[in-house]
Design a protein around this ligand. Structure first.
Ligand code: ADP
Length: 393
């Protein structure tokens, strides 16, 4: 057997999965949280069995050492699992990295050089790569969240601002969640047996993004220089008038970090309804809470607008696909959004929409003529594992 250890390092967390890239099986799934806090938490799941530890975990190096210790102690044995690569999720690849890349010292320096573009994410990704390279003597592969969107046409990635300023500061649309949009759009093509599709993919998790994909190539996406742009998210505003930032500075007196925090952490569903979890917003709305009803209405309005815009960008649409936490699980949201898009010929069968499954599926009525609606569970870890194997081959 050969497997890939997939690592996703956050500022105070380390998520991991041991994945068999051939079967798609996750042999172990785990999470270290509260790294650097007085008490860290490590959860390691193998099948149904869960092991949990609470102890101080000062840094990512210690976190990974503990994880490797647990693989020895409760299994599965990494030796027996035949780890052929470590796949690292890296948020920002800038224009330098448009493909999964085998890591050497230059690549580490390259990812470090992109920190100004992703100050919240790339530092943790670099730390994760450094400690893992010390502890695991196999090839390491960086898989970039931006890479799938390297194909965007200039007209889609260029912001209409002073060209010299944009160039000097690398200001353009990069797009994020690329590994998920790529994986999901490829699954759609596989399931339908067609590679010439005009696809719109809605990745609706805590973060949310839309993409337009023509014959497997991304042609537009809703996230921009950073993951803040686009759809309404759990805690991020998505699109807004950039002059709101000036207003918050000049009139409300907030400093730049406070504005950053407001728009990234205290906006979106949370900003409008006080909750970022879609399940809670939905039940509050069902109980008649006006703020939750408004949050849902704004969330849906933005989605409908993006799908309409991307249908225009693509010159039509063959498939609209929902994925990630909200997209995969919220049948009512799918129904409401598709209902508003009936003019595009989109429709869903309520019974199919209600089915819960981990399999990709078409939820349009049987025999429906016109564009299809699908639900395709995303699997970024599996995608990273497969891309890592391909990169070292
Ligand atoms: P992340 O972006 O953190 O990976 P996920 O893709 O796991 O997020 O999505 C998290 C979101 O999915 C949360 O807002 C959560 O409420 C939502 N979600 C999960 N299950 C359901 C469900 N059954 N109905 C509606 N929303 C759900």
């Amino acid at each position: 057997m050969s497997t890939v250890l997939v690592l996703n390092s956050g500022s105070s967390s380390l998520k991991y999965q041991l994945v068999n890239p051939d079967t798609g099986e996750a042999l172990a799934v785990g999470l270290v949280e509260k790294i650097g806090e007085p008490l860290g938490v490590l959860t390691h799941e193998v099948g149904e069995a869960e092991t949990m530890r609470e102890l101080p975990i000062p840094d990512h190096g210690e976190a990974l050492r503990l994880v490797l210790g647990l693989f020895d102690e409760v299994g599965p044995s990494l030796d027996a699992a035949g780890v052929v690569a470590v796949g690292h999720r890296v948020v920002h690849g800038g224009t330098a990295y448009s493909h999964p890349t085998v890591v050497d010292d230059d690549v580490v320096a390259g990812i470090e050089a992109l920190i100004p573009l992703a100050p919240l994410h790339n530092p943790a990704n670099v730390t994760g790569i450094k400690v893992a390279r010390e502890l695991l003597d196999v090839p390491h592969v960086a898989v970039f969240d931006t890479a799938f969107f390297a194909s965007l046409p200039e007209s889609a990635y260029t912001y209409a601002i002073d060209a010299a300023v944009a160039k000097e500061h690398q200001i353009r649309r990069y797009g994020f969640h690329g590994t998920s949009h790529e994986y999901v759009s490829q699954r759609v093509a596989q399931v339908l047996g067609r590679d010439d599709l005009k696809q719109i993919v809605l990745h609706l998790g805590n973060g949310a993004s839309a993409s337009a994909v023509a014959s497997g190539v991304a042609v537009d996406t809703s996230m921009g220089l950073t993951p803040l742009e686009g759809l309404v998210m759990g805690t991020r505003s998505g699109d807004l008038d950039p002059a709101i930032v000036f207003h918050l500075r000049r009139v409300a007196g907030l400093d730049v970090d406070e504005i950053d925090n407001l728009l990234n952490k205290r906006s979106g569903l949370k900003g409008i309804a006080g909750r970022n979890d879609m399940r809670e917003v939905r039940s509050a709305a069902e109980a008649g809470d006006p703020a939750a009803l408004l949050a849902l209405a704004v969330y849906r309005h933005r989605l409908v607008k993006y799908v309409g815009a991307y249908a225009a960008v693509l010159g039509g649409v063959d498939v609209l696909t929902f994925t990630a936490g909200v997209g995969e699980n919220s049948a009512p949201l799918r129904e409401e959004v598709v209902e508003a898009l009936a003019f595009l010929g989109l429709a869903i069968d309520p019974a199919k929409n209600a089915v819960r499954s981990k399999e990709p599926r078409v939820i349009s009525p049987d025999g429906h003529e016109g564009p299809l609606v699908m639900v395709v569970p995303t699997n970024e870890e599996l995608a990273i594992a497969r891309l890592s194997v391909a990169a070292i081959a």
